[in-house]
Ligand binder design. Sequence first.
Ligand SMILES: Nc1ncnc2c1ncn2[C@@H]1O[C@H](CO)[C@@H](NC(=O)[C@@H](N)CO)[C@H]1O
Length: 147
Amino acid sequence: MRMLLIHSDYLEYEVKDKALKSPEPISEEQKKGRLEEVLAVFMSVEKADESNPEEVVEKAVAEIKDVASQVKANRIFVYPFAHLSSELAKPDVALKVLQRIEERLREEGFEVKRAPFGYYKAFRLSCKGHPLAELSRTIVPSGEAVS
Ligand SMILES: Nc1ncnc2c1ncn2[C@@H]1O[C@H](CO)[C@@H](NC(=O)[C@@H](N)CO)[C@H]1O
């Protein structure tokens, strides 16, 4: 799992087109979304994660919690982003991992939005620009090598 974490004044997206034959079904309301004062987390779920998705979910949640507490963010935007890795997990596994991360972050008390999975989306982001505003993390299940 590769994550790019951007502490932002806002992140907003608009769904444009299908990027998969069968993208995640979404409501009219989910076609656009915006959060202010948010930690945006762009995530590529990787092939190696398929060996232990639940472990990757817990490690990702721990990393996101750690960064959120450092930048004092209590809102998280989970953003599926297939451009951080050349060894992507299959879409069905990736979607489940991202849905579970969303669920677990809510359980941890965060306000969470997740951008729709399987679409091309326009987005606008305002990065805050402080020293911890742009971070990346790589997560691998135990027993897997970091490529
Ligand atoms: N392993 C994976 N990890 C994260 N996201 C993944 C994925 N496999 C598929 N997706 C989703 O399907 C769209 C097409 O790849 C992806 N769309 C995007 O990444 C948009 N930024 C448009 O390019 C994404 O929603």
